[in-house]
Design a protein around this ligand. Structure first.
Ligand code: C2E
Ligand code: CA
Ligand code: CA
Length: 731
């Protein structure tokens, strides 16, 4: 039973539609109405021309008064011309949620004003003179209809003027007025149809005009089907009633009626045709309504997928920025109250690693819900990964962030979770939401590893560094193309002889504007924006080219270590790139060492595993960089076959006074040797450190004691003048 009810309520359009579907139907109605307006305008123009030729001109020639003739023979048509024109312009200029331009505003005011003026003017005239009608009752009805048409026209005019004023001044959406205009127009069409058809019928003509008007209303305007049934049913019945009641009464038999000496025959076939026509029209209306509703549903689904983030159901970033852009444009004064937030989830990666992707996704969905709830009424979206963006007001902001942080924190008992949020306050100069979000993100990045600080605001003093970051992101391609990225070489020596056994290639950015930039100024940014592979590729190529040059010139060469970022393996086929270069410059593989940092290897990333294995298989020496610097995991040593472990320079700080540090280094080296790996210690700055490391058996040393990173020419000079001796020992 319920199903049947639901079916009928769907068919007749009683069901509740979403705002989107209602808006879609409404927009379709507005579109159809502009066509209808056009049809009416054309029809009335034609009628006016006809009146001029057949009535006004001949009577003028017989000495009639032009104005009187005009009012007598054409005022009805002017009236409808105005109505049609009003509707057409109103609908043509209608734009949901958009501002009205000055030109359109003036046009609407003029037409709306004309409608009002016309009706007011005619209200002083005795315009209701339906004298040709046959019965006094009918004449009364017809006059009442005409008066209603005038009244409705007055409403159309008033609605158009109000609409134009509201839109122009306030940019407010006033849907009610649009409905008023369309409803008035519908009623006018029906009244007009009945009116004209009735007089035509009595004049011995057909009833085409009525039907035409009904078709307009029924088929072009999309009302809910039950409304259509009411409109069509009432108008058909009304007309039928008018035709048959007065003398003969409603009957289905053939009959003749004689009125004022005119005999009209109404055969039962007419009523059957009439009914068929009514049913077909109603069915067409149903079909159109459901067709449009389906379109609305489809377009809604499409629009939804273009707007939504697939995982959390929040807005996606591109839709967020679109809305934010409009929002920023619409701001007047009090910019500073508006703040854009960039929220990052602290330790999300650890959560994902330990609990798995599915749990990670669930966590993100929950965070999305928290954010949407806490910032209800604000614009919220997921940017990517575990990053969310919000446009909100400053009021109560810290409180809200604390609540969010607490919720996120409590999500897991064992993993330390929380949020870091960067905020950027809008100013009058802001136009681009991307920039604003980027600044918030920049501020956030300054606290992103600090669990205690959850909130930071972007301020002007940050802008120099921010600009530099932006510069790096925007100019990495330039830098690569123009050769601004070059490798510096830092000597690596054998700990026993202190002879040169290798170099590490470290990137430097020689910039025309900023001068020399150091890795800490560009590596993290490039990693953050996933552009690091561009730099690394450039460095790899320069190193190979430098080696080739040295080999060709017959200079002594030593192996060079290349730094691979974790992302290199994601963003490009790093191993193949290296292979290609090595082949291109014809470099022996034992001249290249591949350095991968320990932190890169802690996630379970299949591509990375495969890449590590390939590097080994292809015959490169694989080095583990920064051992002991982060969350060390000895598993890394177990799972991969490294040739050399680079012990992080932090072990050396305070080495002289710390027995503990000495013991640790000693143990690391012994452990490495036990699993057949060699060792290198970085950051050696003093002779004491060097001696100690040699004593405990560290194989290689690297640090300022033996040389800072320098350009290749300087390195060559230091070799030729004997400051550095090239060892011929290779391991
Ligand atoms: P890293 O690979 O650990 O490189 C060693 C860093 O320590 C270098 O800093 C080097 O100049 C510095 N260093 C060497 N000896 C000493 C010393 O005795 N004392 C002190 N205080 N520092 C010393 P740099 O060149 O600034 O590079 C920083 C980091 O940037 C590198 O750390 C590496 O992770 C990254 N990096 C540098 N070049 C590249 C590159 O071409 N590609 C990638 N992906 N990363 C690079
Ligand atoms: Ca390194
Ligand atoms: Ca290192």
């Amino acid at each position: 039973m319920k199903k049947v009810l639901r079916f009928f309520s769907h068919i007749f359009g009683f069901e509740k539609l979403s705002k989107y579907e209602n808006d879609y139907l409404h927009d379709a109605n507005i579109r159809s109405s502009s066509y209808m307006g056009f049809i009416v305008v054309m029809l009335e123009l034609w009628m006016l021309i006809r009146q001029f030729y057949s009535k006004i001109t001949p009577k003028l020639q017989n000495g009639g008064n032009f104005f009187e003739l005009l009012v007598k023979y054409s005022s009805k048509y002017w009236l409808f011309l105005l109505i049609g024109l009003g509707l057409m312009l109103f609908c043509l200029f209608y734009q949901r949620d958009k501002k009205l331009s000055k030109g359109k505003f003036i046009t609407l005011i003029t037409v709306g004003g004309a409608c009002i003026l016309y009706t007011v003017m005619l209200s002083f005239e005795n315009f209701t003179r339906v004298s040709e009608t046959v019965t006094p009752v009918m004449a009364g009805i017809m006059n009442a209809m005409l008066i209603s048409i005038y009244v409705l026209l007055f409403f159309i005019g008033a609605a158009i003027v109000t609409y134009a004023l509201f839109k122009y001044l306030k940019n407010k959406n006033i849907v009610v007025l649009e409905h008023v205009v369309i409803t008035c127009f519908t009623l006018i069409c029906l009244a007009f149809g009945i009116f004209v058809s009735y007089s035509d019928f009595w004049g011995g003509k057909e009833i085409i005009c009525f039907l035409t008007m009904v078709i307009y209303v029924g088929c072009l305007l999309i009302y809910r089907p039950y409304v259509t049934v009411l409109i069509l049913g009432a108008s058909f019945l009304g007309f039928y009633h008018i035709l048959l009641t007065f003398e003969g009464g409603l009957t289905f038999a053939d009959q003749e009626i004689v009125i004022s000496g005119v005999t009209r025959s109404i055969i039962s076939g007419d009523s059957v045709n009439y009914l068929t026509f009514f049913i077909s029209l109603t069915t067409i209306c149903f079909a159109i309504y459901h067709g449009r509703l389906n379109e609305a549903k489809k377009s809604k689904a499409l629009e939804k997928s273009a707007k939504e983030d697939g995982l959390t159901g929040m807005y996606n970033y591109s839709y967020f920025t679109e809305l934010a852009k409009d929002g920023i444009r619409g701001l007047t004064g009090n910019f500073d109250e508006n703040v854009l937030l960039f929220i990052d989830v602290h330790n999300f990666k650890a959560f994902n690693d330990q609990r798995g992707f599915e749990a990670g996704d669930k966590f993100l969905i929950t965070i999305g819900k928290y954010i949407s709830d806490i910032f209800k009424g604000s614009l919220c979206a997921r940017q990517a990964d575990d990053h969310f963006v919000v446009w909100t007001k400053t009021e109560g902001l810290t409180q809200k962030l604390e609540t969010l942080n607490a919720l996120v924190h409590d999500y897991d008992d064992e993993i330390l979770l929380g949020i870091n949020c960067g905020a950027y306050h809008l100013s009058g100069n802001d136009e681009d939401p991307h920039m604003a979000i980027d600044r918030a993100r920049y501020a956030e990045h300054l606290i992103s590893n600090r669990f205690q600080t959850i909130y930071i605001e972007y301020d002007k003093t940050m802008s120099e560094e921010y600009r530099k970051r932006l510069y790096v992101i925007n100019n990495i391609d330039n830098a690569v193309e123009n050769g601004w990225i070059i490798p510096f070489y830092q000597p690596v020596v054998w700990s026993d002889t202190e002879e040169l056994c290798g170099c590490e290639a470290l990137a430097r950015w020689k910039d025309p504007t900023y001068g020399q930039l150091f890795p800490n100024e560009f590596i993290p940014v490039l990693e953050e924006y996933r552009l690091i592979h561009k730099l690394d590729k450039a460095i790899f190529e320069s190193v190979c080219r430098d080696l080739r040059e040295a080999l060709d010139a017959g200079r002594p060469v030593v192996p060079v270590s290349l730094n691979f970022s974790r992302l290199d393996f994601e963003l490009m086929d790093a191993v193949t790139e290296l292979e290609n270069l090595v082949t291109k410059y014809n470099i022996s593989k034992d001249l290249i060492h591949v350095e991968v940092t320990e932190s890169a290897l802690t996630d379970n990333f299949t591509k990375l595993n495969q890449a590590m294995n390939r590097i080994k298989e292809l015959g490169y020496s694989l080095w583990l960089d920064d051992f002991g610097s982060g969350y060390s995991s000895l598993n890394v040593l177990k799972d991969y076959q490294f040739d050399v472990i680079k012990i992080d320079m932090r072990f050396l700080s305070n080495l002289e006074n710390s027995e503990k540090a000495k013991t640790l280094i000693d143990c690391i080296i012994k452990m490495a040797n036990r699993i057949h790996m060699l060792t290198l210690t970085e950051g050696v700055e003093t002779q004491v450190q060097a001696q100690f490391l040699n004593k405990v058996g560290c194989n290689r040393l690297q640090g300022y004691l033996f040389g800072k990173p320098i350009p290749k020419n300087e390195l060559y000079v230091r070799i030729t003048n004997g400051e550095l001796t090239v060892s011929d020992r290779r391991l």
